[in-house]
Design a binder for this molecule. Structure first.
Ligand SMILES: Cc1cc2nc3c(=O)[nH]c(=O)nc-3n(C[C@H](O)[C@H](O)[C@H](O)COP(=O)(O)OP(=O)(O)OC[C@H]3O[C@@H](n4cnc5c(N)ncnc54)[C@H](O)[C@@H]3O)c2cc1C
Length: 406
């Protein structure tokens, strides 16, 4: 089946709307919340209410991270452009406005994607409208998420799990309504025993200990959270409580197939912002980028710009492909990692090169270029670093298991 890589026409109003919001609501407060690290961007409440309203009216498909469910209604065999594609396109636009504010958007957390990916129908309904962050990383465990040490022990008397452990670098960990926590039911059984739990804020035993000060995405809060005999109902375990050694990590990993294209779209949006402003600044300096002439016949700055745009285009297409495959219920782990790897890398390269091309204007706070260069770096780190994405791609291409290629 061929893939049509034109923007789907029916998403144009959504993308246009997201662009307007990014330009008129996010950009004007971008610098303010970059400086006021840890202050809550209260302007986002109104925006989140607008997105909720659009979602309820059905006017907005996939306005944010919450919209990555693979729904059953796409099983008629026809090719479709669905929620995943709509999500990456609108998130790229919002990230063009400000990726840190996008990450701070109520009810659009990465935990929402986890719920959308693995929750059962009852849980979908119960957790609808919740703002959920995602806690995987621990002091001793980042990339190797299969070796987490946080435990969840079932107590049949209370039908609860008791969670114990520490999670670090939880995006929106303080502001979200609930945290989706990865914990192991049995350390001896390895990755198959890792399950995720929805833990509402305020649950006794869960404490937000501190917030990080960071290089970029300063508008987004990043929390350390401690769990001490924190009890959650058994019904808050997402997916199946069975430990299926054969299926292994597949359930937990399914979340990443949905979230990696989203992070790719953030990098695509942030890089696009830097390219758009740089083209404007180059033009003011008398350098016009000419798409009809070979790069080698143009000024060095224009040639560099054309090369960056080609890289950007490749990341954009990989992002669309990964999301399109999810919409059409095709296994997309390889493509999701390829999109994340390419977009993460070129996102950082492009934003930093734009600082370089714009000279003093690029490095100063007069423009947002320096901020975008700082913000984009995280998009090449979280949800799996550049190196980890390359490892996943290599394993898939070579047909090797995680034990065979580490
Ligand atoms: C601002 C911010 C927000 C975050 N938000 C969240 C969040 O919401 N939820 C959450 O759970 N986590 C979050 N994280 C954590 C993030 O996902 C981890 O930092 C990331 O997975 C890397 O883990 P690590 O920092 O422990 O690095 P490590 O895993 O220790 O890696 C260090 C370096 O070694 C490389 N490396 C590791 N293993 C290999 C290998 N096998 N082959 C080659 N190279 C390798 C890595 O690529 C990296 O460059 C966040 C981090 C930051 C900075």
């Amino acid at each position: 089946m061929p893939i049509n890589l034109d923007d789907p026409k029916r998403f144009r109003p959504l993308v246009g709307q997201a662009h307007q919001v990014a330009m008129n609501m996010l950009r004007p407060i971008s610098r303010k919340y970059d400086r006021a690290e840890h202050a809550y961007p209260k302007e986002l409440d109104m925006l989140a209410a607008m997105i909720d309203g659009l979602a309820e009216s059905g006017a907005s498909e996939g306005a944010g991270a919450a919209g990555v469910k693979r729904s059953a209604d796409d099983e008629d065999g026809s090719v479709r452009n669905g929620t995943n594609l709509a999500s990456v396109m609108s998130i790229a636009e919002m990230s063009w406005g400000d990726v840190a504010l996008l990450l701070s958007m109520p009810r659009q957390g990465l935990g929402n994607s986890a719920i959308a990916s693995v929750a059962n129908d009852e849980q979908h309904e119960r957790f609808d409208g919740l703002w959920a962050s995602m806690a995987i990383t621990e002091p001793g465990t980042g990339s190797d998420s299969a070796s987490i040490r946080t435990t969840a022990v079932f107590d049949p008397d209370t039908d609860c799990y008791a969670i114990n452990g520490e999670k670090i670098f939880v995006t929106s960990g303080e502001r979200s309504d609930a945290v989706v926590v990865w914990a192991t039911l049995d350390k001896e059984l390895g990755r198959a025993a890792i399950k995720s739990f929805v833990v509402p804020q305020g649950t006794p035993g869960m404490t937000v200990e501190r917030l990080e000060r960071k290089l970029g995405i300063r508008a987004s809060d990043t929390a350390t959270i401690r769990f001490e005999d924190c009890r959650v109902p058994a019904a808050n375990l997402l997916g199946s409580p069975e430990i299926d050694v054969k299926q292994g990590f597949a359930g937990a990993m399914a979340t990443f197939d949905n979230t990696r294209p989203l992070v790719a779209s953030m990098a695509v949006g942030c890089a696009r912002a830097a390219l758009d402003l740089t083209r404007e600044l180059l033009s003011q300096a008398g350098v016009e980028v000419d798409y009809d002439r070979p790069a080698m016949t143009q000024p060095a700055a224009a040639a560099k710009f054309l090369q960056m745009e080609a890289d950007w285009e490749a990341a954009y297409l990989l992002m669309l492909q990964a999301a399109w495959m999810a919409d059409n219920r095709r296994p997309n782990s390889l493509e999701a990692s390829m999109a994340k790897a390419k977009a993460g890398r070129v996102g950082s390269d492009i934003t930093l090169s734009c600082v370089e091309l714009a000279g003093t204007l690029g490095y100063s706070e007069a423009e947002l270029l320096e901020k975008w260069a700082r913000d984009s770096k995280i998009l090449d780190i979280f949800e799996g670093t550049q190196q980890i994405q390359q490892l996943i791609v290599a394993r898939r291409v070579l047909g090797l298991s995680s034990a065979e290629l580490k």
